[in-house]
Design a binder for this molecule. Structure first.
Ligand SMILES: C[S@@+](CC[C@H](N)C(=O)[O-])C[C@H]1O[C@@H](n2cnc3c(N)ncnc32)[C@H](O)[C@@H]1O
Length: 154
């Protein structure tokens, strides 16, 4: 996950949780601006204390996405949200908000962690999924997926 976020000027993590991925992102990309969204206020407080240089946003990503209005073009979004088990009323606005962030620049992408072999969610029409790798040493084995905009034909 953290490897896929290298060479970007800003990293947005959705669902920071206990901070395991946040820590790897911060270690590998100390110069990048880091914004972390976390639904649970308690977990968000923990992330804020542990990563004082990061902007931690408590609450649902799709309800707070407006804080991302000034991101640099080279931004990567990293997510561990369990899309396949979330209710549609959460998945739909979350995917819409993610797609809006990615559409702002062709260089942007979503790096998504999933335990399933299927793509994490149906890609919007102007996006495509790529399965980057399977991490066999994770228990259970996990897949890293990347969502990016389809190339614009001339
Ligand atoms: C699978 S856990 C992430 C695990 C995390 N990488 C860790 O190391 O703990 C998913 C996290 O996403 C948060 N979450 C769920 N829905 C969310 C949403 N709509 N916006 C932001 N965070 C959300 C949950 O509270 C949970 O902490």
């Amino acid at each position: 996950m953290a490897e896929g976020a290298e060479a970007f000027d800003a990293i947005v993590e959705v669902g920071g949780g206990t901070g395991a991925i946040t820590q790897a992102l911060a270690n590998r990309n100390p110069e990048a601006r880091l914004v972390v969204f976390e639904l649970s206020e308690q977990l968000a407080d923990g992330l804020h204390a542990r990563f004082p240089h990061a902007q931690v946003v408590a609450g649902a990503f799709h309800e707070n996405v407006s804080v991302l209005h000034d991101l640099p073009p080279k931004t990567v979004v990293v997510s561990g949200l369990p899309f396949r088990s979330l209710p549609a009323r959460i998945v739909r606005p979350t995917v819409d908000a993610l797609a809006d962030v990615l559409r702002a620049d062709q260089a942007r992408r979503l790096v998504q962690f999933s335990y399933r072999l299927r793509a994490p969610f149906a890609a919007p029409a102007d996006f495509v999924w790529r399965r980057v790798c399977t991490v066999w040493r994770n228990a259970p084995p996990a897949n890293v997926w990347e969502l990016h905009g389809k190339p614009v034909s001339a």
